[in-house]
Design a protein. Structure first.
Length: 707
């Protein structure tokens, strides 16, 4: 990041080179030729030629024309040079997009419509005929505006043009490029964006309502669409000379902007630097091209070690963000290799470690966990593609439920000890038991207040779920009366509320991993993990600390042991969020789903606590409760079992979570609390009696089975 002094030097430089246009003329739509561009926006050509390394022999004709003060001819020579330059590897850097989806997106763009949150919306045009790029959609969601200006939808126009040879797709691309670039020179020195990129101010882009010049969108424009499409449309007569020159000028401008201003230690950095690197690699004619590319690679090499724990998990602890970061960490490596440059083995190894988390954490149906800000996305194709690239037959086995590849040579349960993530399974097939237990830090971004969250799936179905994310409106909220706040807060997770309040944040990172045989263990018959939340609950005074242990008896059930330590009377609410499709009833204090011919789950409270039990679904007042979101912008009610009790002193209680492929049988338990733990006896029809001893805070459990 830059200092305040260099920030002003940067702005003055751009002002002097004429990169700022006060007010574009209303006839911008007629600017398609070199001559028209030179007459209407001469400063854009000045900026472009100043950015080029005209000492390169390939640009001799351009340099000579400028020496003869023939700017128009110089521009035409430059255009001819790019028409004759074969850089198809840049086009191949486009992200893959299914043909059917590409055609649908392209067709909508022809109609001035874009898709966001699964629904299409028409972008209004302003009085000068262009799109209103500041538009935030029908729900006034800034995420719509970010998506609109990130231009990740533009490749659909190229793919549709390739497929149909219809000039209308190339024409729409040309118009959108001229529209955006003419109306978006680098903002003036007094623009509020510099209050955000100046890291001493502590402002967020949402604080200033800016959706067009976020550094993230600049990175996406340069990394995901602009360079690829500049070369992709070279043979199209509908790609006007003016649009080509404007793109080159703006690419140089945005690359310089990203080089000066970018995030650190954040998934944004991966997209910003991916864009900066591609600008340098794809356009070596710029003076700063090598500097951009090498700087971006240096930053990404630092970031992949700063952002990714030794166990391969990105520090924001969101599986969605894991993929976002991994995708761009990998893209920059691929682009350097395509450009004929080598990548270090250590960097490539880090990519493999990140993919390993995706492979080993995904559910039996191939979908990712909903930890922190995540959606329920299918990981299988990503993992299978990576399995081939990295020669990992174990990933292939996992992603195909054992239909291909080679079985992992370890137990199916895994731990990511730096991230504090436990994945408990009994097999790799579609019907496998799967649990995701989070004992890790708050995370460096996209956080939810959900430490000790436990999610469960079995027999091909989600049973206990994390709430998801739903929306980014009111982005930083944890207030359960707001949608964003509810989904981020403890209220949407399977943890404990204290005096009606959820968890506070906690440390964002850890400096050491979990300890095997102290914090967790994996044995052939069972898995065990323990974690504690000791960072306080919002607006709750005094001591309030929650320790949770999870013991999974493989092929059978989960035992959850909760110990709550307090220095005063408390009201506790233990929350268990079932999946939306579960039909849940109460049988005295037990909760059980009763879906016919489907997987079900019984929750059995164990201990000496007197619980008041309720089922809440789709509640909006006085606060949100009983809501689930599998994908951004979509929510639905889900039955949530709320166990409420009052305690006067430190208290211990347990839960038995029993899945079944159909009707869940009744369970019989005996509970005995000891000074440093509990002893539990569990009986099921036609099953051996299981006797379990679980220590509260230190040590490992003892599991015995008797006939």
């Amino acid at each position: 990041m830059t200092s305040f002094t260099s920030h002003w030097f940067f702005l003055i430089f751009f002002s002097l080179t004429g990169s700022i246009v006060a007010s574009p003329p209303p006839d911008w739509q007629t600017v398609t030729s070199v001559e028209a561009l030179w007459q209407a926006y001469p400063e854009r050509l000045h900026t472009l030629f100043q950015a080029l390394d005209l000492q390169q022999p390939a640009l001799d004709s351009v340099r000579l024309a400028l020496h003869q003060e023939d700017t128009v001819q110089a521009a035409k020579f430059l255009l001819s040079y790019y028409r004759q330059t074969n850089r198809n590897w840049v086009i191949s850097a486009l992200d893959s997009l299914p043909e059917e989806e590409a055609m649908a997106v392209a067709h909508r763009l022809v109609e001035d419509s874009v898709s966001f949150d699964g629904s299409a919306d028409q972008v209004p045009r302003h009085s000068m005929g262009g799109w209103q790029w500041s538009y935030t959609g029908p729900r006034q969601d800034d995420e719509f505006g970010y998506s609109l200006n990130g231009h990740k939808y533009l490749p659909a126009l190229f793919l549709a043009w390739q497929e149909t040879d219809s000039t209308r797709y190339a024409h729409v691309f040309d118009e959108l490029m001229r529209d955006w670039i003419i109306h978006h020179p680098l903002p003036a020195p007094d623009d509020s964006i510099y209050l955000v990129v100046d890291t001493t101010q502590g402002l967020d882009w949402r604080d200033i309502g800016e959706v067009e010049w976020r550094t993230l969108e600049a990175g996406n424009r340069l990394g995901a669409s602009w360079p690829q499409l500049f070369y992709g449309f070279q043979s199209s007569e509908s790609f006007s000379p003016a649009a080509r020159l404007l793109m080159l000028a703006s690419i140089a401008e945005q690359a310089t902007y990203l080089h000066r201003y970018h995030k650190q230690g954040h998934n944004w950095t991966t997209m910003e630097m991916n864009g900066l690197a591609l600008a340098g690699l794809a356009f070596p004619e710029f003076k700063e091209a090598n500097r951009w590319a090498n700087y971006a690679l240096q930053i990404m090499t630092e970031e992949i070690n700063r952002q990714v724990y030794p166990d391969g998990v990105q520090t924001e602890l969101s599986t969605k963000t894991q993929w976002v970061a991994l995708n761009r960490f990998e893209s920059i490596a691929t682009n350097f290799q395509k450009a004929g440059q080598e990548m270090s083995e250590a960097y490539v190894q880090r990519l493999e470690e990140m993919y390993n988390y995706l492979a080993y954490s995904m559910r039996p149906d191939g979908h990712q966990p909903l930890n922190n800000d995540s959606d329920r996305e299918d990981l299988r194709q990503r993992v299978l593609k990576a399995a081939e690239k990295f020669n990992r037959p174990d990933w292939q086995w996992i992603a195909t439920n054992g239909k291909a590849g080679q079985a992992p040579d370890s137990l199916p349960s895994v731990v990511f000890p730096w991230a504090g993530i436990h994945v408990m399974r009994n097999s790799w097939d579609e019907q496998a038991h799967w649990a995701f237990f989070d004992v890790g830090p708050f995370g460096t971004g996209h956080q939810h207040a959900d430490k000790l969250q436990l999610s469960v799936a079995a027999y091909g179905k989600d049973l206990l779920v994390d709430g998801g994310r739903y929306t980014h409106q009111d982005y930083f909220s944890f207030d359960p009366t707001l949608w964003r706040g509810y989904f981020r807060s403890s209220f949407s997770h399977n943890i404990i509320l204290v005096d009606g309040k959820g968890q506070s944040g906690g440390p964002v990172r850890v400096e050491a991993p979990l300890r095997e045989k102290q914090d967790y263990t994996h044995q052939p018959a069972y898995d065990f993990a323990r974690g504690a939340f000791t960072d306080g609950f919002e607006d709750v005074a005094g001591k309030a600390e929650h320790t949770r242990s999870v013991l999974y008896l493989r092929d059978q059930y989960w035992i959850v042991l909760d110990h709550f330590d307090t220095d005063r009377p408390r009201t506790l609410q233990a929350l268990w969020h079932y999946a939306p499709t579960c039909q849940v009833v109460l049988e005295e204090s037990e909760a059980v789903s009763t879906n016919v011919n489907e997987a079900n789950l019984r929750i059995v409270p164990i201990g000496e606590v007197a619980w008041q039990t309720d089922i809440v679904s789709g509640q909006e007042e006085p606060f949100k409760q009983g809501w689930y979101s599998a994908e951004y912008g979509v929510k639905e009610p889900n039955p949530t079992v709320v166990y409420t009790t009052n305690i006067a002193q430190p208290t211990t209680f347990a839960w038995l979570l029993v899945p079944a492929p159909g009707v869940v049988p009744k369970i019989f338990t005996r509970f005995q609390q000891e000074e440093d733990g509990i002893v539990l006896s569990i009986e099921m029809t036609d099953q051996p009696v299981v006797n379990v001893s679980i220590p509260l805070t230190e040590g490992l459990p003892v599991v015995e089975k008797t006939q």
